[in-house]
Every structure is written in structure tokens, then in C-alpha cells.
Design a protein around this ligand. Structure first.
Ligand SMILES: [Zn+2]
Ligand SMILES: [Zn+2]
Length: 174
């Protein structure tokens, strides 16, 4: 959800009229924090989108970086992860919407491209569904729930399969 004050995400490419092939222009982006929707907030959003005139339209090349806060799926702690937003998008003048292939988008009739859905799409592509704070994250103890990265509960030596933990608890009672 980009609000009015973020209209900078509209890239006006009307300047390309009459330009020769290969002419390009860069647009810089720099935002301390961007709230796309409840599930996607990016910090330190910095980078550039370069528009280059091609035979039947433009190609937009985006190279941006940001950070996002995620909750580790193993230990449930919040951590900050870098996000790379990198894309090449072709906007074709000569083709209608129906003819445009998956890798091309129709040229906007008013010469204005809304970058917000593109930024969002490529940011989400870079964020794995299972996000782990570090590949060595030890997660939570399946028995007492302690964060094994922070404390050593007595259970950590036993290396119990979490599925077996309940069974072992029952057997230990006997
Ligand atoms: Zn973790
Ligand atoms: Zn434990």
C-alpha cells in the first residue's frame, strides 16, 4: 500500500519520444522505510532504475537493495535480512496486451509506469518462505521451549527428534 506521498514510484517515461536507441536515464531511489503491506516493510531502500530506449519500447533495469525484518521460523526471534531487488522488465510499444509474452509488459498508454508492484514482486521473490536467522540457528528446545541460541537447557545434549519427544516423556515416567 503506497500512499500519495510515495507517488515517486510512478516513473514517467514520456521523455523517450524521439530519442535514439540505447539512450538511457537513471532514477535514484532512497527511502529509510517503506511500508508495502502488513507483510512487507523494507528499510534502507536504496538503488536505481535505469530506463533504456529499445526498438519497440523501453527496458527497465532495477538494482536496489533494502533490509527487512523477519521472524526466524526456527527460534522465533526477529532479525534483519538484506533484500535484493534486481530486475529487467521490457515494456513493448508494438504489442498489445494479448500479444505480450510473460517476460514483456504492455507499454503504458500514458507513458507512466507504476514501479510499486514491480518492487514488491521482486522483493518478495528474494525473501525465502522459510527464513532462518542464521544457518546455524539451533531453534527452540522441543521439550522446554528454550531458545537454544541463548541458553543451554538440560535437554540440548540429548538430541531428541521433536516427534519422539512426547513419547520419551511418557516412557520416562515409568
Ligand atoms: Zn533463529
Ligand atoms: Zn529444553
Amino acid at each position: 500500500m503506497i500512499t500519495k506521498k510515495n507517488k515517486v514510484f510512478i516513473l514517467d517515461i514520456n521523455w523517450i519520444a524521439g530519442q535514439s536507441l540505447g539512450t538511457s536515464r537513471g532514477t535514484d531511489f532512497n527511502f529509510p522505510s517503506l511500508h508495502f503491506d502488513p507483510n512487507l516493510t523494507l528499510q534502507n531502500f536504496v538503488g536505481k532504475v535505469t530506463t533504456t530506449v529499445i526498438e519497440d519500447g523501453v527496458v527497465l533495469r532495477g538494482t536496489l537493495t533494502a533490509k527487512t525484518e523477519l521472524r526466524c521460523t526456527r527460534c522465533l526471534e526477529v532479525f534483519s535480512r538484506p533484500v535484493e531487488i534486481s530486475f529487467d522488465e521490457v515494456y513493448s510499444l508494438s504489442r498489445t496486451k494479448e500479444e505480450v509474452g510473460i517476460e514483456e509488459r504492455p507499454f503504458p498508454p500514458d507513458g507512466r509506469i507504476d514501479l510499486e508492484p514491480i518492487f514488491r514482486e521482486y522483493a518478495l521473490l528474494d525473501i525465502p518462505i522459510k527464513h532462518v536467522c542464521s544457518k546455524d540457528c539451533k531453534g527452540l528446545c522441543p521439550i522446554c521451549g528454550a531458545n537454544r541460541n541463548k541458553e543451554d537447557c538440560d535437554h540440548s545434549q540429548e538430541r531428541i527428534d521433536p516427534r519422539m519427544a512426547k513419547l520419551k516423556q511418557l516412557l520416562d515416567k515409568d
